[in-house]
Design a protein around this ligand. Structure first.
Ligand SMILES: Cc1ncc(COP(=O)(O)O)c(C=O)c1O
Length: 451
């Protein structure tokens, strides 16, 4: 082959995804995807663009993460500047200024004395970090007998072994062995019978928190290190906490010296109309996990925010000795920190959290227009998130929602997420009122079309 031909072939191999076999897609039915790929090639503000250049209204903020909208100029500029200035600095034994600045910025948004920020690269790492901090915290205080972790059925806490152990999704657990020992679960807080078609937090269900007292009675409180819950369970279909539920969990944890962890990987950075859902509910947890929205999805980043007392418990012993034996090569990566700083500025300048709050009633009303459509069994909303439960097709659980997602992408020009039997919606916080209507109109048409 002549050199110019070879160069052309190489370029084609790089630019055209003409071989779909090598890439093993995560959390995706690979064979059906590869038969009819949904390829996205660029994005701006509220829209993605498909490989055939069709605009797709983003009803999902990517994967619950692009809260500031896509390819926003200040974020893109910050990424470019950071890439030119500092590619990498070691995360252990050295640091760079943006790491401290971002930690201060995140801490300033967190409630109470949640002032100490540990960085990692994803929500899964954030969860495993938080669980490890909780165990180690008790250990350094001489309560090493507190080894049990409590999660919740229908909880999603990422895919690390810690996260799937405290998580409550059968398929995420059953293939992967015996998981962490000493984990127990609270019941899920959802009941269609008592909560169907609720806007915001359901009135019924606070009593599910009392199940923690049952677990304390079973295991003895002195063996339990921490309880981890999502304030709104996102991945299993948008299940807002019932009114009073999180407050009750807090009170029970306090009674028994158990740490309370809010997994705010989805709810952090404005999804429920506040910087963190903890503020919406007036509950101060001991640890908050975050990821996704901290960089508006533009660069991977996650982290854990800890109360002062937790950090201080570790600051003992000789000063040259590491206090917490944990961290990642890319903790506080310079590119992620610069992106996070630009993102937090954008949230502040455009008041996007308050915007989400003020749009919440409009969003909820628009979602409820789908009530009464064939196969719609329930609709739940909270903040700028909605879950629409569809009836299963006989013998094919999840198929109808998957078909709605496909139809929405291919025919209606809107991105939605299929999660089991639920269509989940969570647009970027810059969404306009007209675009909210457009999302639900299109989803309604897709639901009707797939029948
Ligand atoms: C509540 C929660 N925790 C953890 C995770 C895991 O985050 P990641 O996919 O970045 O590892 C997610 C992801 O959706 C999540 O929703």
């Amino acid at each position: 082959m002549a050199p110019t031909d070879m160069a052309q072939t190489r370029r084609a191999a790089v630019t055209a995804p003409n071989d779909l076999e090598s890439y093993w897609l995560p959390f995706t039915p690979n064979r059906s995807f590869k038969r009819s790929p949904r390829l996205i090639v660029r994005a701006k503000d509220m829209h993605y663009y498909s490989a055939d250049n069709r605009p797709l209204l983003d009803g999902t903020a990517g994967l619950w993460c692009t809260n500031a909208g896509h390819n926003r100029d200040p974020i893109v500029a910050a990424i470019n500047r950071a890439a030119e200035q500092l590619d990498y600095s070691p995360a252990f034994q050295f640091a760079h200024p943006a790491a401290f600045e971002l930690a201060s910025g995140v801490a300033a948004l967190a409630p109470g004395d949640l002032n100490r920020v540990f960085f990692c690269n994803s929500g899964s790492e954030a969860v495993d970090t938080a669980l490890k901090i909780a165990l180690a915290y008790h250990n350094v205080r001489g309560e090493g007998g507190r080894t049990r972790l409590i999660g919740r059925e229908r909880g999603y806490h990422g895919v690390g072994f810690g996260g799937i152990s405290v998580g409550g999704i059968v398929n995420n657990r059953k293939f992967f062995g015996s998981l962490l020992a000493g984990v127990d679960h609270l019941p899920a807080t959802y009941s269609r019978e008592h909560q169907a078609f609720t806007k915001g937090e359901p009135q019924w269900g606070a009593h599910f928190a009392d199940e923690l007292e049952r677990l304390v009675a079973l295991h003895d409180g002195s063996t339990i290190a921490a309880v981890i819950v999502e304030p709104m369970a996102g991945s299993t279909g948008v299940l807002p906490a019932p009114q009073g539920y999180l407050q009750r969990l807090r009170a029970i944890c306090d009674r028994h010296g158990i740490l309370l962890i809010f997994d705010e990987v989805i709810t952090g950075f404005g999804r429920l109309g506040y910087a963190f859902a903890a503020e919406r509910y007036g509950v101060v947890p001991d640890l908050i996990t975050f990821a996704k929205g901290v960089t508006s999805g533009a660069v991977p980043m996650g982290g854990v925010i800890a109360r002062d007392g937790i950090y201080e418990a570790f600051m003992r012993g000789p000063e040259h000795v590491i206090e917490l034996f944990h961290g990642y090569t890319y903790s506080a990566h310079p590119l992620a920190c610069a992106t996070g700083l630009a993102t937090l500025e954008l949230y502040r300048d455009e008041k996007l959290f308050a915007r989400a709050k003020s749009l919440e009633p409009r969003f909820a009303d628009a979602a409820m227009t789908l009530k009464g459509q064939p196969n719609v069994l329930d609709i739940r909303t909270v903040g700028l998130a909605a879950g629409i439960d569809l009836a299963s097709r006989a013998g094919a659980p999840g198929l109808r929602a998957y078909q709605v997602m496909e139809r929405a992408f291919q025919e209606e020009g809107v991105m939605v997420r299929a999660a089991g039997e639920t269509i989940a919606l969570s647009p970027p916080l810059i969404v306009s009122e007209a675009q909210i209507d457009e999302i639900f109109d299109k989803v309604g048409r897709a639901i009707k079309a797939v029948g």
